[in-house]
Design a protein around this ligand. Sequence first.
Ligand code: TYC
Length: 101
Amino acid sequence: MSPTFVKPRSKTKPETQRPPLWKVILLNDDFTPREFVVQVLKAVFRMNESQAYRVMMTAHQRGACVIAVYTKDVADTKAKEATEMGRAKGYPLYFTTEKEE
Ligand code: TYC
């Protein structure tokens, strides 16, 4: 009987699959009070006062500010929750999400 030769399996390491991340973006508007934006950022995105203030001022001055990145589900939930807090007070405060490239 002839010997059997087994071809070695490829040692190529499979690429690690990372879930795509989504940015949550704060949009500026002319009506929501600054202090309220800071409160929402602290409550929903677990920022401290100075982080929240800086993000709010960046959106205020530039029109928008990326807050953080999360998996899609978390980003969508947080954007919705934060937008809803403004809406509950009659403010047009708006958070959106965008896929990170
Ligand atoms: N521009 C608002 C004001 O002057 C404050 C504000 C900042 C609103 C950031 C939204 O994303 C925002 N009262």
